[in-house]
Write a protein that binds this ligand. Structure first.
Ligand SMILES: Nc1nc2c(c(=O)[nH]1)N[C@H]1C(S)=C(S)[C@@H](COP(=O)(O)O)O[C@H]1N2
Ligand SMILES: [Mo]
Length: 327
């Protein structure tokens, strides 16, 4: 007898908001927005504040490509977070070290957006985000997202597997790590004037992690281009790791032979390490990681080892038990 055993992230989707619900909602909201006045109060001249925080950036030419087909392998057993909740509660220190950065983040110009792929590669590559997207097969995946601060969300990302970008980059055999870097532009990102932070924001993965099937580069969310506050136009999603690994608004992918020192290691190495895999049994020095608060509902649920993705990623860490894998 053949029993299909669902993987951790493939549990029945009965609790999840069906795709159609948010597309319909979007259509409805579009209709409403068309008839309403766009609020522009308190916003720098030349910018029109989007009708909703989750609206895709007006200067994103990729909108016409969306939505993408859902990859049925990556569905989850809990409801999607309301896009307005996700879009108004963000960590993006470039725009301030608090959660209400979404309006300021609209100042980030996302075109032209050039991406550099360099370091230990056959040839350095400079490519625009639109040319890069044209080379990738885009899809939608439902992922859990768990911040080290013990809040969590559930989000349908659009994008492509990081593995495909690694193949495109043609790393040399000496490359052991992939380092990702956010833009530097203190003119629009006032947080970057806070000189005590080690800008630009940098984080990285081993090549094995970067080529794991779950590692994903997100270009969109909820079936449309990603709102700027989520890290438009390219952001990392590695759902078995804490949120701070998820580098936003990436401008550079660099291959290295040495483990990079990350932004958060420089700020506070004792609390935020390189591996940062989710584990309910390993407390943060200042709080427990046993449960997490689901954004929007306020409900607390148990945190899962590797955020529920152990089956796909646990093997990456065999033989590394002496490393601080969970902070
Ligand atoms: N460049 C950059 N990337 C970043 C951050 C940041 O401050 N700057 N914050 C990280 C943290 S701590 C989290 S939890 C996630 C939050 O992603 P979200 O705002 O889309 O939920 O982004 C991560 N990526
Ligand atoms: Mo986070």
């Amino acid at each position: 007898m053949l029993i299909k055993c669902p993987r951790g992230w493939e549990l029945p989707e009965s609790m999840a908001t069906p795709e159609t619900a948010y597309f319909n909602r979007r259509t409805l909201m579009k209709g409403l927005a068309a008839g309403s006045i766009l609020a522009a109060t308190g916003f720098p001249s030349g910018h029109v504040l989007a009708a909703k925080a989750s609206d895709p950036p007006a200067d994103d030419p990729s909108a016409k490509l969306y939505p993408f087909k859902k990859n049925e392998k990556y569905t989850i057993d809990r409801a999607l977070t309301d896009p307005e909740v996700n879009a108004t509660y963000n960590n993006f220190y470039e725009f301030g070290s608090h959660k209400e950065i979404w309006k300021d983040a609209q100042k980030l110009p996302i075109r032209p957006w050039m991406v550099t792929i360099d370091g230990l590669v056959e040839n350095k590559i400079e490519i625009s985000v639109d040319d890069l997207m044209a080379k990738m097969q885009l899809e939608e995946r439902l992922y859990r997202h768990r911040c080290v601060e013990a809040w969590a969300m559930t989000i349908p990302w659009s994008g492509f597997p990081l593995k495909v970008l690694v193949e495109f980059a043609k790393p040399l055999s000496a490359a052991k790590y992939l380092v990702m870097e956010t833009f530097t532009n203190a003119k629009v990102a006032s947080g970057q004037k806070q000189f005590w932070y080690p800008w630009p924001y940098v984080d990285g993965l081993t090549i094995e992690e970067a080529t794991n099937e779950l590692a994903f580069i997100a270009t969109g969310a909820y079936g449309k281009p990603m709102a700027k506050q989520h890290g438009s136009p390219l952001r990392l999603a590695v759902p078995w790791k804490y949120g701070f690994k998820h580098v936003k608004s990436i401008v550079r992918f660099s291959f290295a032979d040495k483990q990079p020192k990350t932004f958060w290691q420089t700020v506070q190495a004792s609390e935020y390490g390189f591996w940062a895999n989710v584990n309910p049994e390993v407390a943060h020095p200042r709080w427990s990681q046993k449960t997490e608060r689901l954004l929007g509902s306020g409900v607390r649920v148990p945190t899962l080892l590797y955020n529920g993705y152990a089956e796909a990623v646990a093997a990456l860490y065999l033989g590394k038990e002496k490393e601080p894998l969970f902070r």
